[in-house]
Design a protein around this ligand. Sequence first.
Ligand code: FMN
Length: 570
Amino acid sequence: MKLRDVQVASIGDRTTILRSRTWDRLKFEVEYSLQKGTTANSYLIQAEKTALIDPPGESFTKIYLEQLQQQLEFTQLDYVILGHVNPNRCVTLKELLELAPQITFICAKAGAVALRAAFPEKELKISVAREEEVLDLGLGHKLQFIPVPTSRWPDELYTYDSLTRILFSDKLFGAHVCGDEIFDEGWKLLDEDRRHYYDCLHAAQSRQVEIALNKFTSLSVSFYAPGHGPLVRYSKSRLNHDYRLWSQQQKERDLTVALIYASAYGNTGTIAQAIAKGITKAGVAVESINCESAEPSEIHALVEKCDGFIIGSPTLGGHMPTQVQTALGIVLSVAAKNKLAGVFGSYGWSGEAVDEIESKLQDAGYHFGFDTIRVKFKPSDTILQQCKEAGTDFAQALKKAKKIRAPRQPISDSQIDRTEQAVGRIVGSLCVVSAKRGEVTSAMLASWVTQASFNPPGLTVAVAKDRAIESIVHTGDEFVLNILKEGMNLRRHFLQPFAPGEDRFVGLATQASENGCPILSDALAYLECSVHSRLDCGDHWLVYAIVNNGQMLQPTGMTAIHHRKSGSQY
Ligand SMILES: Cc1cc2nc3c(=O)[nH]c(=O)nc-3n(C[C@H](O)[C@H](O)[C@H](O)COP(=O)(O)O)c2cc1C
C-alpha cells in the first residue's frame, strides 16, 4: 500500500477533485487520533477562468503539485480560493507562487491578514471575499462566497458554485478517513468518524456552527465538498441534521467552560483542542474564544456566564501576546472568585506567559481545576492524552461543585428508588480493561461486562464516556480484558484517583499480550479483544469486542463479582 498519493477525479462540470491521501495518522492532534489516515481535498474548476480551492498542507506539497501540473498549465491558474489560511498550507502556497506568480488569492478578511504576514516579502494579489459578490469564472460557473468566522478559524470561508450546486465547505462536514470512495456511499460506516471529527473540531464552537449552517439554508446544494474525507451526497440531510442536533446538545448542557486562548503557530491551539475534547466528553459544554479575533465585549459576556474558565497562551518574546493580556484583564475584573480556573500554553525555552497567567490568577484567589499545563513546542500524543484527561478532571470538578452547591434533599428509605434497587441486583464479573495505542496506555475497572456472542466469540463492556480509556477503545482498537479473581486486591488499586497521564500499572506485576496491551499477572484469566463497534448509550459507550485469544492464568479460583445496593452506582 502506498503511504501517500493524490487521487484525481471529475466530480461535476469542469470540476475536479484532487484528494491528497495518507493512510497513516497525519499529525499529533486529537482530531487524527482514530488513526484512519485522512484526505486533504482540493478542488479545481476550469472554466474560462481557472480557480483552485484549498491546496493541501506541507505533508503533500510535492506530490500534490506534481499531480496538479498534469491537470493545468500553471500560467493558466487565475485564482486560489482559501477556506482558511494556516502556516502549514502556506508552505504549499509558497511553492505554488513560484510556479504561478500571477495568481490572485481569494480569502476572508482575516485570511488576507494571515497571508500577508506569511509572505511579508511578496506583493500578493489578494481579493477579500464578500458575501454579496459573485466571481464569474465563465461558462456558467458563478462562485458565491460565504464567510463563516469561528473561534478556531476566524477566516473560515465556504464557496458555492451555482452551476454545479456544489458547496465547498472546508472544515464543515469532514471526516478523517482514507479510502478509494470519493463519495459517501458507505456513510453508515462513517458515523463514528464524523462524530469524532465534530467533537474535536466543532463542539467547542457549536454556536458558530449553528450560525454557519443557517447561512446556506436557502441554497440548493447537490453535495457538500469538505476539506477532509468523502464528499457528502447520500447523507447530506442526515449529516446536516446531526450537526444541528450535536450543536443543540452542547447548548443544553448545564455547565459551560470558557476556553480563551491565542496561538501564533498552532501549538497552543492543539493543546486547547485536546482539553476541550476532554471536557465535552464528560458532558460539559465548552465555548472557545480566540483572543486574536474576539471583541472584548464577547470575552466579557462569556466569562460572566461560564462556570469555569481556562486560559491558554504561547510565550513570544518573553511575554503573552497583548490580546491574551487584554483577555486576562477582563477575566480578572469579571470572573467571580468561585469560578474554577485553568492555565495552559506552549513555549520554546522560558515560558513566561503561562507562569504570569498562573500567578495572577493565583494571587486573585482562584482555584485551579488541573495543574498548569506547560508544553515545550509541539505536544506529543502522550501529552495530548494528558491534556484530555486534565480537561475531563476539570469538568468533573465542576460537576462535583455543582452537586455540592445544590440544596440537599432529606433522604428517607422510602425515597430510595425501588427501580434503582432492582437494577442494582444485576451483577457482573469484576475485570480490568487495559488498552494501549501507540505510546498511550490506560486501564479501568469494569464490572458491566458480559458475553455477547458465541460466533465469533464476543463480549460487551460499558465504558463511561468520561473515562480516560474511552479515547483508545474505538472501533478497530485492541484491549485486554483481565478477569479478576475473588479475594485479590487489584480492585482497590484501580479505584484510586489517577493524575492525568499517570501510569496506572505502577507496582503491579504485568506482562505484554500479543496485542501489546498489559496483562495483569495476578488476574484469574485474560482475553485479548478487538473492538468491533460501539453503541452510544447515554452516559456510556457499549463496546462490542471480538475475542481473539485468551488464557487462564490460575487453574483454580472463582471470578470476582461485584454486588451492589443500587443501580445508580457501579
Ligand atoms: C518570535 C518568537 C518569539 C518567541 N519567544 C519565546 C520566548 O521568549 N520564550 C519562550 O519560551 N518561547 C518563545 N518562543 C517559542 C514559542 O513560544 C513556541 O514556538 C510555541 O510553541 C508557540 O506556541 P503557538 O504555536 O501556540 O503560537 C518564541 C517563538 C517565536 C516565533
